[in-house]
Structures are given as C-alpha cells and as structure tokens.
Design a protein around this ligand. Structure first.
Ligand code: AMP
Ligand code: MG
Length: 440
C-alpha cells in the first residue's frame, strides 16, 4: 500500500500524486474558530457507512439492519395451548362447579412438538401441554388447577369459555408482515424475534474496526514502573478504546508511540490495513513536539481546525492511504480527548455502522447550582445528573473545568452543554446534558 511521501531506505525515490484534497472545510468565525456542529457535520460528510454483510444472529447484536425483514411464517404458527391442562369443548363443561364437577373421559394426550392423533369427540377431554397444538374440534383448555388432574377420567370444577387458554395462529405476527425495517438496531428482543421467525442470518453493517493510538514521549503503559517523575501513565488509549467499544466498534489498541515523526508515520501506515477509522490522541496542538500534526501531510489529506469548544479546541482529521481511511486526531489532555470523542468520534463511528441518530439525545436538566461557561466557546462541563425532589432531573458539576481532571471525569455521568453565547447558567435554570451511560 504505497503512501504519499512514505519511503523506506532501500526503496527508490517514490513520487506519487499528491492526495486528493478534502472537501471545502466549514467557515470560521472572526476568531478563526469553527463551530462544534459545523466540524462534526464536516467529519460526518467525509465518511461513508460501511458496506453491509451477512452475519449470524449472535454476531449481529447491537448492529444496524440493512434489509427489511418480512416474515414468511405466522406467530404462533398454529393454534396451541397456553397452559398445561385438558383440551375440551367449552359447551361440555358449561355447568361445572366445585360442588357439581363435570367428569369427562380422557381420550389421549398431546405434548409440545406432537399432533393430536384424532379430533376431540363431544363429551371427552384430551390432556394437553403448554405449546402443544390444539386437537381439532377442541375450543378451550381447562388448566390442571381447575381439575382433579385425573388420568382416565378428569373432574372439571370450573366452567370455561370458547377460546380460553388458547393461543391463536397469527395473533402475534402474521405471515407476510414487515417485522423489522432497514436501519433498525438489533437489540436482544429483535434478535429473539428473528430467531422466532426462523432467520439465522441477517444483512447488517459491521462493527467499525477502530485503531487507537496514543502519542507522547512522556507516556508509560500501565503495569510498568514510571521511569522518572516526568513520566505519566497513558490513560487516553484506554479511555478512547473503551469509549469506542461501548459505542459498538471493534477496537485495536496499539502500543504507545513517542513524539518521533518517523515512528509516528510508520505506525500509522502499518495500522491502516486493519482500520476503518484511526484514532490518535496527543500531538495536535501548537507545541514543538506535536508530531501528529507534522507528519499528517505525508500520509494523506488532512484538516487541522480550532473548534469553538472547551475543552477540545484543537482537532485534526484526515483521509489517509490508498483507501482514504478516515483518521481523527484528538488532543492529549484526557478530558479533552473524551469530550472530542463524544462530540466527533462517536457520531462518526455511528455513521460507519449505520446507527442513528449520530449524536446523543439531549436531556433538559435543572442546574442545582450556578454553572459557569466560557464565553465564545461551547463548554462541555462534566456533570452528575440525579433526580430532584420533584422527580425531575437535576445536574451539578463534577469538579472543575480543567481538562486534565480525569478523576472528576470518572465521577461524572453526563456532559453539561453550555452554549457559546452563555457565560453562566444560574441555579434553578435549565441546561442541556448528554447522559453518558446509555450507549444505544
Ligand atoms: P498534547 O495534546 O500531546 O500536547 O498533550 C496535552 C497534555 O495531555 C499533556 O499534559 C500530556 O502529557 C497529556 N497527555 C497526552 N497524551 C496522554 C495520554 N495518552 N494519557 C494521559 N495524558 C496524556
Ligand atoms: Mg504530546
């Protein structure tokens, strides 16, 4: 897979066409900032849904259906008993009571998976188990509990009515009915329905393969000793990989990469083979060691933007390699990385896998205390949403605004969205949040 500008020592000089440029990026404001929504929509416009493929039911859980499903069978498929008991003709036991039970001869037995050997003659009963087909001429089932459970003759202590304890053919689903439509998410209940109508495979969009890579020479893998006080453990690759997995992706976490341009270029190129989306953290700001930003032009077309949000202002995007694989580069501060994931990466993953809506639903909450914003930038503060005394939702901030505060992030269950033009949400006023624990 030759990449623009990529060359090994032993290869002759490789001159390739420069990569096709990206689509025209969105407008910026007077401060050179793009709005969060514009940037998100821009990224969404640059990626396409993955092509559908056939998948076994259990491998399709959580995926998005790419075909309409019309059932060829009805559910139930035949009239059957809802109880263990006796199939009867309701008229035969109309006079039954505790004091004057009606006694009927038991002329046979039918279990689930069997058929009655003959129709039910007047004045007789047939033992029947739950799910067993109703014998012809029977029109009700008397449950064991209303009888003496007799083997040769049965005493029936209660009257019944026609149709009682019978599950009718097609009362749930009729043959020819559209039961699921393209775009539906296959939750466990729908997987169950597919099984019930005899489908073992369905056409779905696959889980996007997301390769996650953290850059930074200061980073150390958890589980190892920190070599010096200047080193820190890598949290982002785990945070981003876990978030991508929760969003439905198949995730590959690549080991850490130092701030070395050759190494970064090489690792990214090597990972393209297994990626539907590459996700990197760190190295996209203005610093001298922001190597991801430096090497991207060698790898493909890219776009580095300043987005009017806090945290998560520097953002990078590219389409790289022969397949123009999308790559999203988020800043290295852990909270910035997470907010960038929620605002941009999660919608892109959802688009790749054909899941809608792309962004989380917004929930209106009452601010329990005053919440401050950052004028001119959309603020994503970390919040804890709880029920208030009236049963409504209220939200309080989980710690401060610093984008290094991963402890506070771990205590939050929501992102509080404070619009660009708002400096402060007074206590008692309403504010929008995204609940983070619902990954549908
Ligand atoms: P950068 O975006 O590379 O300039 O990094 C910004 C800040 O985030 C620096 O303080 C980094 O040490 C920190 N940081 C970068 N990557 C990670 C990571 N994978 N885990 C934890 N902190 C990180
Ligand atoms: Mg860095």
């Amino acid at each position: 897979m030759p990449l623009f500008g990529r060359k090994r020592k032993d290869e002759p000089e490789f001159v390739a066409e420069p990569p096709a440029p990206l689509a025209e990026p969105p407008q910026v404001d007077e401060n050179g900032l793009r709005s969060m929504a514009d940037h998100r929509d821009y990224l969404l416009s640059q990626v396409e849904e993955l092509p559908p493929f056939g998948q076994q039911l259990l491998d399709a859980v959580g995926l998005s259906l790419c075909e309409d499903i019309v059932t060829t069978i009805s559910l139930p498929g035949f009239d059957n008993s809802a109880m263990d008991g006796y199939a009867v003709r309701a008229g035969d036991v109309a006079a039954a009571s505790d004091h004057r039970p009606v006694t009927l001869p038991v002329v046979g037995e039918v279990a689930a998976g069997e058929a009655a050997r003959h129709p039910l003659s007047p004045g007789t009963a047939m033992k029947i188990m739950t799910g067993a087909p109703l014998p012809e001429q029977a029109d009700a089932v008397v449950p064991y509990e209303s009888t003496d459970r007799g083997a040769d003759d049965v005493r029936v202590y209660e009257p019944t009515s026609r149709g009682r304890h019978i599950r009718r053919t097609g009362e749930d689903v009729s043959a020819g009915e559209l039961v699921l439509a393209a775009g539906d998410r296959l939750d466990p209940r729908r997987i169950g329905l597919l099984g019930a109508i005899g489908k073992d495979k369905v056409l779905v969009r696959p889980r996007p393969r997301v390769v996650v890579l953290a850059t930074g020479s200061e980073l150390v893998d958890p589980g190892l000793d920190l070599p010096s006080e200047q080193h820190i453990y890598d949290s982002n690759s785990f945070l981003l990989a876990a978030a991508a997995k929760a969003a439905g992706a198949q995730v590959f976490r690549v080991g850490l990469v130092g701030d070395d341009p050759d190494q970064v270029r090489q690792v990214i190129s090597d990972q393209l083979i297994r990626a539907d989306l590459l996700l990197t953290s760190g190295g996209v700001s203005q610093g001298d060691h922001d190597v991801v930003k430096q090497v991207m032009p060698d790898l493909g077309s890219c776009d580095f933007a300043q987005v009017a949000m806090q945290p998560g202002k520097p953002q990078g995007f590219g389409l790289i390699g022969d397949d123009r694989t999308p790559m999203i580069m988020v800043p290295g501060n852990p909270v910035s990385a997470f907010v960038s994931f929620e605002t941009f990466v999660r919608p892109v993953i959802r688009k790749l896998m054909g899941a809608t809506p792309y962004s989380r639903p917004v929930l209106r909450c009452r601010a329990a205390k005053t919440i401050s914003g950052t004028f001119g930038r959309m603020n994503f503060a970390r919040g804890v949403v709880t029920f208030d005394a009236d049963g409504g939702y209220q939200v309080e901030l989980a710690g401060g605004h610093g984008s290094h505060l991963i402890g506070d992030l771990s205590r939050a269950n929501a992102l509080v969205i404070i619009p660009r033009e708002v400096e402060e949400i007074p206590a008692g006023h309403e504010v929008d949040v995204w609940l983070l624990d619902d990954d549908q």
